[in-house]
Design a protein around this ligand. Structure first.
Ligand code: C5P
Length: 319
């Protein structure tokens, strides 16, 4: 592609909010020839977000600073990887950025915090550097970097197939639901470990034919709770990784038990590969009331908790 006039104005600041996601449905269909799992999911953005700030650097360096010292800011961080990929694809090797991350989404939690930060970097630097890559091109870069990243870019409520990167939009929701989200801050779960363990335990029941995968996708598309999503016909919640992770991570069992006791909760599940779990509520006010009541019990068990409304959009440049 031809791009002219990439921005080099050093004082310019671009800010982006990067929301977390939860899985309302995570079904493992089978194994793919690339070694990844074939999935059928419904993902949902929520109002818990990291903040990223981007400034040009005069010397062409790409650097990352974060207010959470436990997070690597080196080349393995998806923010740094996304910045390098975008610069490489732009063809302008002299572009640089100083990136600051305010980390609010817990790390290693099954909430796609890292993927959302990576997707926010594609959007933020596309704006800062005036690259004018289309949303479709950014989605392609996102899919190269991680299975959840295209969803994080698009956000809202989406069906996600393939590795998770094949998106199909859902009808707009009638009214926003909300969750009480809970995580043990001392526990994180590795996604490759969770999928590896799933394969060890359950590969004998995996589907293998594309026609069988497509049948399951179609069943999910036609689910009564999806068209559109409504609080009076709420998602039943399913996460196939829960039966892999919960037996081995006691924090997940404790969290699910405490969430089940919340008054007014519609359903309870783990998100992604865990260990975060959530209870679903018809609206923000009922989620807030339930959390107020049970927050001392979560705190006594050493668990962090949040009340978050569903968010209907993904990553956007802030004004
Ligand atoms: O794509 P991403 O880097 O997020 O995936 C992390 C790991 O999770 C993969 O390396 C793989 O082990 C596992 N995974 C999988 N099937 C998927 C997505 C992830 O097996 N659909």
């Amino acid at each position: 592609m031809s791009i002219s006039n990439p921005s080099a104005a050093s004082g310019h600041l671009v800010s982006v909010s990067a929301p977390a996601k939860i899985n309302l449905h995570l079904e493992v269909l089978g194994l793919r020839s690339d070694g990844f799992h074939e999935l059928a999911m419904v993902m949902q953005s929520i109002e818990l977000a990291d903040q990223l700030h981007f400034r040009n650097t005069a010397d062409g360096t790409i650097s990352l600073r974060c207010d959470d010292a436990s997070l690597s800011t080196a080349g393995d961080n998806l923010i740094v990887r996304a910045a390098h990929l975008l610069r490489e694809r732009s063809g302008f090797s002299e572009l640089g950025a100083a990136i600051e991350l305010q980390k609010r989404i817990p790390i290693g939690a099954g909430l796609a915090g890292g993927s959302s930060d990576g997707a926010a970097t594609l959007v933020g630097l596309n704006g800062l550097w005036n690259l004018n890559f289309s949303q479709r091109q950014l989605e392609g870069f996102a899919a190269e970097l991680g299975s959840d990243m295209p969803f994080c870019l698009a956000g809202g409520s989406q069906l996600c197939f393939g590795r998770g990167e094949r998106l199909e939009s859902l009808q707009a929701m009638k009214a926003s639901m909300a969750v009480v989200l809970v995580k043990d801050p001392s526990v994180s779960v590795s996604t490759p470990w969770a999928y590896g363990r799933c394969k060890e335990l359950f590969s004998s029941r995996y589907l293998s034919q594309e026609s069988d995968f497509e049948q399951r996708r179609q069943q999910l598309r036609e689910s009564s709770w999806l068209n559109p999503m409504r609080a009076d016909n709420p998602p039943p919640l399913r996460n196939d990784l829960q039966e892999v992770v919960a037996p081995e991570v006691s924090a997940v069992q404790t969290t699910l038990k405490l969430l089940t006791d919340l008054p007014g909760s519609l359903a309870v599940a783990m998100s992604g590969s865990g260990p975060s779990c959530f209870a679903l509520f018809a609206d923000f006010a009922s989620a807030q009331a339930a959390l107020q009541l049970q927050q001392p019990a979560f705190a006594a068990a050493g668990l962090s908790s949040w009340c978050c409304a569903f968010r209907c959009e993904g990553i956007k440049l802030e004004a």
